[in-house]
Design a protein around this ligand. Structure first.
Ligand code: GDP
Length: 439
């Protein structure tokens, strides 16, 4: 899971700091040395680390901290604030052209996740009421055009292509098409190479000069650490980026790229990619990312995710059913599917405070899939009224879902218990009990 090692180490340092009543300058020095090591081990750029530690140290040895009643907390607050600054301070949204179409030029090395990100952005802006069009300017790999078409289709966004034509000419034609069809956003997928080379840069510049993009965004792979940061520096020098998109933040990335790229290039991170699905995209909130890196959880992103995926009307219906004891296995299945649409359980856990501690805890997603299969092997009648599921029905369901009869029994028992528990909590007495009243 992303930033796990770094979060662990920083939490250790913080624990020591808060464990002491008073802090001396020497204590802070020791702590800062540990923070420095943790950042370097997470592959954060050396100069960035040096500057960061200097800035935190200066603030941390100030009178207000040392004389505070909770000096450890004060130091943590300073680290948090400085890290948020390092990540860009505040949200940097995508600029929308006052005179449409908004043109987003996407650059990046091969494999960084550029084509996937074009699809993600297309879907993201489509949901926001825009009418984006993806433009295939990666003309060297026929597979790239095909891949863009696939993600476009998945995202429900049109894709414009002209095979191997020169990218700037493709852009000119795409612009005409967009004007004709009323597309107010063009997302240009360009060619990536394994390494930066002159020809690629020259072509990118030619396209940029033609398109005068509203945003020139570099897609970098967070897993590649300082290599990604070096690429960002080089691209920025050649084509003047307006922002960076960090992908694969869901992976086992150490944090080096995320924490260095803003400081090294001076350009904000605008989005992060957090998985392979087209919905796995998040705006980059420096404060929330800091919370994640410091192991303080990211409750806000989790709540947003839940809001995006949950249907309020359905939630109310569900509540009614719980109260009146009418919950059935279809509802159970639906709940489970909604949970799944929020992403993997591992990802959800990672966003909870201290969630990185839960990383080793295996969430049995296989078990969830099994439960789903069992319910899907039931008839509608059985799902609505589990009471009718007798011995022979249990056998049939077990066979249909490839599990044992015991598995079916276990699920039915669990469901009954859950129903009882929910009824207790949602009933009048339950409400009082939750408020701590004994009657
Ligand atoms: P491109 O060569 O830059 O266009 O990269 P692609 O879009 O083809 O992506 C390369 C690989 O990375 C593909 O297998 C993608 O599924 C995967 N990928 C892209 N973004 C993410 C992400 O945010 N998380 C993860 N885990 N994989 C990603």
């Amino acid at each position: 899971m992303a930033f796990e090692g770094l979060a662990d180490k920083l939490q250790n340092v913080f624990r020591k700091l808060t464990g002491k009543g008073k802090l001396s300058e020497a204590d802070i020095k020791v702590a800062m040395r540990e923070v420095k090591l943790a950042l370097l081990e997470a592959d954060v750029n050396f100069l960035v680390v040096k500057k960061f530690i200097k800035s935190v140290s200066e603030k941390a040895v100030g009178q207000t901290v040392l004389e505070s009643l909770t000096p450890g907390q004060e130091v943590i607050r300073i680290v948090r604030d400085e890290m948020t600054q390092l990540l860009g301070g505040s949200l940097s949204d995508i600029k929308i052209a006052s005179n449409p179409p908004t043109v987003i030029l996407m650059a990046g090395l091969q494999g960084a996740g550029k084509t996937t990100m074009c699809g993600k952005l297309g879907k993201y802006f489509l949901k926001k009421g825009k009418t984006p069009m993806l433009v295939a300017c990666d003309i060297y790999r026929p597979a790239a055009i095909q891949q863009l078409k696939v993600v476009g289709e998945q995202a429900g966004v049109p894709v414009f292509e002209m095979g191997q034509e020169k990218p700037y000419k493709i852009y000119q034609a795409a612009l005409k098409e967009a004007r004709k069809n009323g597309n107010d956003m063009l997302i240009l997928d360009t060619a990536g190479r394994l390494h930066i080379d002159e020809e690629m840069m020259a072509e990118l510049k030619r396209l940029r000069d033609e398109a005068q993009p509203t945003e020139t965004l570099l897609v970098i792979d967070a897993m590649t650490g300082q290599d990604a940061v070096n690429a960002a520096k080089a691209f920025n020098e050649e084509v003047e980026l307006t922002g960076v998109i960090l992908t694969k933040v869901d992976g086992d990335t150490r944090g080096g790229a995320a924490l260095s790229v803003r400081e090294v290039t001076g350009k904000p991170i605008k989005f992060v990619g957090v998985g392979e699905k087209l919905t796995d995209i998040e705006l980059f909130h420096p404060d929330r990312m800091t919370s994640r890196i410091l192991g303080m959880g990211d409750m806000l992103s989790l709540i947003e995710k839940a809001e995006k995926n949950f249907d309020e009307k359905k939630a109310l219906e569900m509540q009614q059913k719980m109260r009146s004891d009418q919950l059935n296995l279809n509802d159970f299945l639906e709940q489970m599917q909604q949970m799944k649409s929020m992403g993997s359980m591992q990802d959800i856990l990672a966003m909870l405070p201290g969630g990185n501690k839960l990383a080793g805890m295996s969430v049995d997603e296989k078990q969830m899939a099994r439960t789903e299969a069992i319910i899907q092997s039931m008839t509608m009648k059985e799902r609505e009224n589990p009471g009718i599921i007798n011995g022979s029905r249990r056998k049939r369901i077990a066979k249909g879902s490839g599990v044992s009869v015991q598995d079916v029994n276990r699920l039915l028992n669990q469901f009954e218990q859950m129903k009882k528990m929910l009824k207790q909590f949602t009933g009048k007495r339950g409400k009082r009990r939750m408020m701590g009243l004994p009657f």
